[in-house]
Design a protein around this ligand. Structure first.
Ligand code: ARG
Length: 458
């Protein structure tokens, strides 16, 4: 039973299956940097409080830097017998630094150690996500500026509803991604407390200085309750929740790209850099990246549901169940970052078929509401009556097989004699969008205001 960490109590080695189910080094080696940072701060504090000597601290520091170098250069041998990253680093430290290494784990447990490592990891992930959100917002803003006045159909039920501008449509996503970024900033504030020093669960009798380690690791302060510190994973759950909501937004935009790219819509094009061909159908240009962004939402939701399920019903304090947090977290982080970057790349790459969009914007009697509004304004008709009159005019246009703007004036007059030539002004899509000047509306002037507001927030 030669376990270096707990060999005193044990006389036999674990069964191969025990090792197989217990091992985490295959994935938690990704926390090596965080683990070493935590150990550097901890040993500094142990020396400052007189718990270990300065000489031991120095030996530990030198050793940890050597381990960091070996890992960075790919010279480190990760051992599955040593279970996890914490014991792998410490075992190698012992080989390099000798007996001083044995003092590093004073007043510490792997429970507060791992809690600290993942908080450092998820904090960096928050910062990268924020940068990813900002980059996507910038790409959307650039396209929106180009297309403040580009008219397209606005949809409800995926049926032509009222004309909008493409810039307005893109700015809707800037709002969503802006809220995702703000949620990410919020949860970062909550997570920035340091669990280190909670030890196994109850704190420690050594005179440690948790404020010192918290400060050294860039936290606002130490966590207040040692039991909570080693039991809680909600900072990870919160990241995944925010990531899931963001993934919903990304998937909706991805879906719209897929639809807009179809030859039937042909609203937008992606260049060869962002499409793939077919091995059999020579005409194809497929939006695979958009489809994958749409699909990867499932990974992020899955990670969240997976960890929620792991945490549900766990008694305080630490249980090994919590080791299952990492693969979920890493997958959510990697997936969100890749999806954000791919989406920003596609939005930058996008070219718009303005002619197709404008033609589609006018189809499907999309200015019927403008007509009804005109009847209210010009003839002082109650809106309900105007709706009815417009409905009859749409039916008549449909019967004649023409758009509203091509319906002859006598056909208008047959339904409502007071209608004049002036009605044609509101039936064109450009006038329609220009007229929608209510705050937040689709008029180019309003969209320009939205763009200016967000530019000042980037
Ligand atoms: N590998 C473990 C994890 O990821 C580290 C903590 C182990 N603690 C323990 N008491 N066995 O959760």
């Amino acid at each position: 039973g030669g376990n270096a960490m707990w060999g005193g109590r044990f006389s036999a080695s674990p069964s191969a299956l025990m090792e197989a189910i217990n091992v985490s080094i295959g994935f938690d080696k990704r926390l090596a940097g965080e683990d070493i940072a935590g150990s550097l701060a901890h040993s500094d504090m142990l020396a400052a409080t007189g718990i270990i000597t300065e000489a031991d601290r120095d030996a530990i520091h030198l050793g940890l830097e050597a381990v960091r170098g070996e890992i960075a250069e790919g010279r480190f041998t990760f051992s599955t017998a040593l279970e996890d990253i914490h014991m792998n680093v410490e075992a190698r430290l012992r080989e390099i630094a000798g007996p001083a290494a044995g003092r590093l784990h004073t007043a510490r447990s792997r429970n507060d150690q791992v809690a600290t490592d993942i908080r450092l990891f998820v904090r960096d992930a928050h910062d990268r996500a924020e940068a990813g959100f900002t980059a996507l917002m910038r790409a959307l803003l650039t396209q929106a500026e180009r297309h403040v006045a580009t008219v397209m159909p606005g949809f409800t039920h995926l049926q032509s509803a009222q004309p909008v501008t493409f810039g307005h449509h893109l700015m809707a996503y800037v709002e969503m991604i802006g809220r995702d970024r703000s949620r990410m900033r919020d949860s970062r504030k909550r997570l920035n407390e340091c669990p280190l020093g909670a030890a196994a669960l109850a704190g420690t009798s050594f005179p440690i200085d948790r404020h010192m380690t918290a400060k050294a690791l860039g936290f606002d302060g130490p966590t207040r309750n040692s039991l909570d510190s080693v039991s809680d994973r909600d900072s990870l759950l919160e990241y995944m929740t925010v990531a899931s909501i963001a993934a919903v937004h990304l998937s909706r935009l991805a879906e719209e790209l897929v639809v807009w790219m179809t030859p039937q819509f042909a609203f937008v094009r992606l260049s060869d850099r962002w499409t793939t061909g077919s091995s059999i159908m020579p005409q194809k240009k497929n939006p695979d990246a958009a489809e994958l962004v749409r699909a990867k939402t499932g990974r992020i939701f899955g990670a969240l549901m997976g960890l929620l399920t792991v945490m549900k019903g766990l008694p305080l304090a630490y249980s090994k169940d919590m080791q299952e947090d990492k693969e979920r977290l890493f997958d959510a982080v990697d997936t969100l970052e890749l999806s954000l970057a791919a989406m920003a790349g596609m939005i930058e790459d996008l070219s718009v078929n303005e002619r197709r969009m404008a033609a589609a914007a006018g189809a499907g009697f999309a200015t019927a509401t403008d007509l009804a509004d005109w009847l209210v304004r010009t003839l002082d008709m109650p809106f309900r009556d105007a709706h009815h009159v417009t409905g009859r005019l749409v039916a008549e246009a449909e019967r004649q097989g023409v758009d509203l703007e091509d319906l002859p004036l006598n056909a208008f007059k047959a339904v409502e004699p007071r209608i004049t030539e002036a009605v044609y002004d509101v039936l064109g899509v450009d006038n329609s969008v220009k007229s929608r000047t209510s705050f937040g509306g689709t008029a180019p002037a309003c969209v320009a205001e939205q763009i200016a507001w967000w530019k000042s927030k980037l």
